[in-house]
Design a binder for this molecule. Structure first.
Ligand SMILES: [Cu+2]
Length: 402
């Protein structure tokens, strides 16, 4: 009986020891977590900086975005068509594996955070337009395998470009021309009417292997087992001569353009997705011209557009005389300051425009660059106004959340 009691006591002691050990392990795990949290909090407060006191005291949740920089993606930048037999491949540089990078969407007044992870072999970075101060607008020189974070406040409504600066501007030409760009959209505080909204980014390609229209640049050698594909990369001489090979719309030339011609057709893209809208509905377009060199002369054929500009420059502290200070206070609203109805708008490289349009009747309209050379190189997209269009039939990657 005593032996049985002793056995029970010993068993209980062993169980107690095991439980103790488990608890110790758990607490060290919790400790590790809390020290990790502490580290990131410290990092955050350093990033915020003392020049932005209103940011430090803001308790609203921070919107967080992640961009993965890479330079090893091979992308198809032209479909196989008459102009580019076999299609065109290019060794791109990307955020989140796509040209363009994702639309970063925030509301005016939001505090947001972007972390860039460098998954590539080169040094990458981030340059946000529409944000003031290098500590908020820039992440410079992230080495392969490393990451870095910026925090900013979205003060100015509208649409702006973001892009890679290479290694502190060294290589900025290559990195933008190879696809490291996208758009940041800041919805204004004063809510505008509901519209169907779209994101489109134009960008040029200067490729080492492209020798012009009607030339097959996709294959170099056929063996009995394989077809070797030619993959282009950045051509600095074409870039300096301002001679792009293709103009991409959201990462591909002719992406949304099925064909030219009615009587005599040139098929551009058998798999083209087109933009669909309802006749008479309000549509809003965030159009970025990533360049890196050419101007975009944007219009919708057979329609008028409205360009939306916000009054964002009126800080009374920046004015020295009384009159301009008073004027600036009156107009310091950050609201829509001018709406112009025009046929065409010029969008310089590195710039972007918020455009509204109503397509009045059923039919097909073409958003295009009226530099017709660039249009031939891919800078156009078809908009189909049809009654059956819904709020959800966006081409992939072009929808802008509210
Ligand atoms: Cu880069």
């Amino acid at each position: 009986m005593n032996q049985l009691r002793m056995g029970i006591v010993i068993t209980l002691l062993i169980i107690f020891q095991i439980v103790l050990l488990l608890l110790q392990n758990n607490s060290s795990h919790i400790l590790a977590l809390s020290s990790h949290n502490q580290k990131s909090t410290l990092l955050s407060s350093v990033t915020i900086g003392s020049s932005q006191p209103n940011m430090r005291n803001n308790h609203e949740p921070i919107k967080k975005f992640t961009l993965i920089a890479d330079d090893k993606n091979i992308v198809k930048i032209s479909p196989d068509n008459t102009l580019h037999p076999g299609g065109v491949l290019y060794k791109a540089m990307t955020y989140n594996n796509t040209i363009p990078g994702p639309a970063i969407v925030v509301n005016q007044g939001d505090i947001f955070q972007i972390t860039v992870y460098n998954k590539g072999e080169l040094v990458h970075s981030l340059d946000l337009h529409g944000i003031e101060g290098p500590s908020h607008a820039l992440i410079s020189s992230i080495k392969p395998g490393e990451n870095s974070t910026l925090k900013a406040k979205a003060e100015y409504p509208g649409v702006f470009m973001y892009h890679c600066d290479g290694d502190n501007l060294n290589g900025i030409w290559d990195h933008i021309a190879s696809g490291m760009y996208g758009g940041i959209i800041v919805h204004p505080k004063n809510e505008r009417p509901v519209a169907k909204e779209f994101y489109i980014v134009f960008g040029e390609i200067y490729s080492t292997t492209d020798s012009g229209l009607f030339t097959n640049t996709s294959n170099i050698s056929f063996t009995h087992t394989s077809v070797k594909k030619v993959i282009g990369s950045f051509d600095i001489n074409k870039f300096l001569a301002n001679k792009p090979d293709l103009i991409l719309t959201n990462g591909m030339a002719y992406k949304y353009m099925p064909l030219f011609g009615t009587v005599s057709k040139i098929i551009l893209n058998k798999n083209a997705e087109v933009f669909k809208v309802k006749p008479g509905e309000l549509t809003r377009w965030y159009i970025v011209n990533a360049g890196p060199r050419g101007y975009l002369s944007f219009n919708f054929a057979s329609d008028m557009i409205r360009t939306m500009h916000y009054n964002t420059n009126a800080n009374p502290n920046n004015y020295t005389d009384n009159k301009s200070a008073i004027n600036s206070i009156i107009t310091n609203t950050h609201t829509l300051s001018s709406v112009s109805k025009v046929y065409e708008v010029s969008i310089p490289p590195g710039s972007a425009e918020e455009i509204e349009a109503i397509f009045p009747e059923q039919g097909s309209y073409v958003g295009n660059d009226h530099d017709i050379g660039r249009f031939l190189q891919g800078a156009g997209f078809v908009v189909l106004a049809i009654d059956g269009s819904t709020s959800y039939d966006h081409p992939q990657g072009t929808w802008i959340p509210r």
